[in-house]
Each structure stands twice: as C-alpha cells, then as structure tokens.
Design a protein around this ligand. Structure first.
Ligand SMILES: [Zn+2]
Length: 442
C-alpha cells in the first residue's frame, strides 16, 4: 500500500468517498507513506482500524508530521460527531454518523511506523526493497523507489513520485534524482499549469511589510500550519537579521503551526545547504528569534486584538475557513492601514478566495464586513512542481529503460493535458491510471 490519503472538500461527498473501501486491509503486506499531507496520510488510521497490522515505512520527519495531521483529523471528527449528534437531537432525528477513526487508532497507527532516513534501502517484503529519495515537496517528503527481484537476475524498479516538489524551496532540499526506473508513477496536480519562478518571494514579503509598517498597520497572513508557516517564519528571520525589515513583533497564532514548527526544529537532517549555512553552522534556530512569539492560549490570542502599532500575525486556517485567523481578520480587515497577505492556495468558495478577489464585503464569523485593508499576494511558494518542472525531472531519467509513466493524483483536465504534453516530449507510453483497474508490471 503506497499512501492512504483522505479526500477533502465538500463534507458529504468527501465523507462518502472516504468510506468507500473495496479491499481487505488484512491482505496488505506492507505500507509506505511518501509524505505527511492529509491527502496521503489521512486514512492510514482507518487502514489500521480495519485490521492492518504490518509496518508503515516512512522518513522520521514524515512520521512526526503525519502524527500531528492524523491526530488533528481525529479531534476534528470527534468534535463534528458531537455537534451533529446535538443537532440531530434538537431536530428529533436519528443520528448515524460516526467518525472514520478516533485518537486511539491514530496512536496505534503511530506504533506501526518504521522510520528510515533518505537513501537507506530496506526490504519490506520478500524480494521487495524500498528506498526513499528527497521529493523536495514538504519536510520529510519522499519519492519511494521499489526494487523487485524475484529470480535473482534482473531488478524491476518502480518509482512512485508521491508529490514532486520544486527546486529552491526555502528550508528543504531540491528533489533528489532517483535511480533509473522501469516504471514511474507520477503525480499530476499541476499537469496543466506553470508557476512563477520560486525566486523573489522573500523580497516581496519585505516590500509588503515595509509599506504596511509605514502606514502604521498590521500584516495578517492566513497560512497553512505545516510548511507555509515555517517558510514565512524562516524568511522573516532572514529579513530581520539582514535588517531588510524593521524590528517588529511577529506572532504565529496557531497551536498546530506551533507543534509543526517544533517538528521542523528537530529534523535538521531535512534542511538544505543554505539553511545549514545561514543557521545551523551558527548554532542558530531557524524558527526562533527575539521578535517572534508563538501564541499558545486563546487568551493570549485574544490579547492580540488590543495590540497597538505594526505587527505581523500568521495564523490558520490557510484558507480562512475556520480557526483563529477569522478573529484577526474581523479586527483588521476593515482598516485600510492593514494588509491581508495571501501566501497560499485559496480554493473556490472559501473566504480566502473572496479576499484574494478583493470583494468589497466579506462574511467573517457570520458577519458581513467591508474589506478595506490592502490585499497583497505572494504566489511563488507552491510546493508542487508544475508540468515544466516535472518534465525537467523526468527527462534526466534513462528514458530508454523507462517502459511507461503512469499518471495519478490530478484532476481530469490536468491529467489529460499532462499526458498529451509528455507524448509531445516523446514519451510514447503514458497511461492515466483508472480506479479499480489492474496493471501488470514486468
Ligand atoms: Zn503533498
């Protein structure tokens, strides 16, 4: 089993998909987790709940981050369950919804992890070896390469991309080159898109802060608790040290982001050379500096509402749909001296998307409020390679040995655009994987 992710999105639809389970968990011999994101790790506890007792192989940073993500999901599900139960009671209806799994199953799942460093191959089943290579996507992310040798003669190598990252991302290394595979299973999230270059994000961030400080305002940044928050903290640390921004109070107001940052701190084996040179070589913590404060309690969070003068507040949820960010928005969004900085993906029909689109009025915590703050955007921090970057990666492999590329993990349009693109580059054997179909790899 490679990855066991959960669907996200509209609650009912996602819930139905997450409950569709057409195989026997007990028949699986080994499981591998490429990285911690919920759409890759979110159903591992359900696999365990359904009777899987084998090992789950991953890097140790992936195990630690997945722990937070799976636990957070179990807590949210428990809370949703309570809420739905109360509602059903009020309406006098029946209540049937059960969480997919509980915290105890997350703990059981964590117990089944076997963690491995990058490029340390290990047998996971007779004749099947796995080796992780840095995917450059998020902390601990990996491409998983399987080497199968059943007859003692020829290796069959199958590479599974997980989510492929990009060059020059802050903190983590660039995607590592894998040994030439016979088959490549490749993600297609941005199979139909090209990004702006990864450069310039830090300078843009400095500009936004400096002009907001000049107005005497605050910069409010909705950010995902894992990866984006740490990238921003990392940039702010560098900018502060280089005096490219004035010394001003910076707050990370999200318990999950604070926990995730602690994990980033204990996995320097995942840092790139620039991070080592800038911080580790000087015995310096990239994620801690004088101006920065991690907010824990709700009362401390509320105190930020009375804070006078310029500051940066980073908070989640990333798309502004829930969490403490909503309180910071309601207190700051209608004042033109402030800036709302959009630094990540905003899905359709989310508050974050409406802010990005600069709607004159937005609904925050159930109230309509005028959007008068500046809205700024940094859109260069995406963690997924675009199709150009994916091709850049694939073309370095031995294309004579490569028998086929299987495309997975993308919306229909990006899958078909990407497969056409790969054919135009001369890859004849490209196949979009169909759910339920079996493929024989020889
Ligand atoms: Zn991912």
């Amino acid at each position: 089993m490679i990855d066991c992710g959960a669907f996200q999105g509209k609650r009912k639809e996602a819930d139905r998909k997450n409950r569709e389970w057409d195989f026997d968990a007990k028949e699986i011999d080994a499981a591998v987790l490429t990285h911690a994101h919920y759409d890759h790790s979110g159903l591992m506890p359900l696999l365990v709940k359904k009777g899987y007792r084998g090992n789950i192989f991953s890097t140790s940073a992936t195990r630690d981050l997945a722990h937070i993500i799976m636990m957070d999901s179990a807590k949210i599900q428990a809370r949703d369950g309570e809420f739905l139960k109360k509602q059903a009671k009020k309406e006098g209806g029946d209540f049937e919804w059960e969480p997919l799994y509980a915290e105890k199953e997350v703990i059981q799942t964590i117990n089944q992890f076997v963690s491995l460093s990058y490029e340390r191959p290990i047998f996971i089943a007779p004749n099947i070896e796995v080796c992780f290579y840095d995917a450059g996507h998020i902390l601990g992310s990996s491409l998983a390469v399987f080497t199968i040798n059943e007859d003692g003669n020829r290796d069959l190598r199958i590479a599974y991309s997980g989510d492929l990252g990009r060059k020059n991302k802050p903190i983590i290394r660039d995607p590592a080159l894998i040994p030439d595979p016979d088959y490549l299973v490749l993600e297609s999230t941005y199979g139909d898109r090209l990004h702006d270059s990864t450069e310039g994000a830090m300078e843009k961030l400095a500009d936004v802060i400096n002009r907001t400080v000049e107005r005497g305002g605050k910069v409010i940044v909705p950010a995902f608790a894992i990866e984006r928050t740490q990238e921003l903290v990392f940039f702010l640390h560098l900018l502060t040290d280089a005096r490219k921004i004035p010394r001003l109070p910076i707050f990370v107001d999200s318990p999950m982001a604070t926990n995730a940052t602690a994990i980033f701190k204990v996995h320097p084996e995942c840092y790139d050379e620039e991070t080592n040179q800038a911080f580790i070589d000087h015995h310096n913590n990239p994620f801690g500096f004088n101006e920065l404060k991690y907010i824990e309690s709700t009362s401390e969070s509320k105190e930020l509402n009375n804070l006078q003068g310029p500051a940066v507040i980073i908070s989640s949820s990333g798309m502004c749909e829930a969490g403490r960010i909503q309180h910071h928005l309601i207190h700051n969004i209608s004042n033109p001296v402030n800036t709302i900085l959009i630094a990540g993906y905003m899905a359709e029909n989310t508050l974050g998307r409406y802010i990005r689109e600069k709607k004159p009025e937005v609904r925050v915590l159930g109230k309509w409020v005028p959007l008068r703050a500046e809205v700024a955007e940094i859109d260069t921090l995406s963690a997924h390679a675009d199709y150009g970057e994916m091709w850049e990666y694939v073309r370095r492999l031995d294309l004579k040995r490569l028998k086929k590329i299987f495309l997975v993990h993308g919306e229909n349009k990006s899958l078909s655009v990407f497969s056409d693109f790969l054919r135009r580059q001369g890859i004849q054997e490209v196949e979009i994987v169909e759910k339920g179909k079996e493929y024989l790899l020889t």
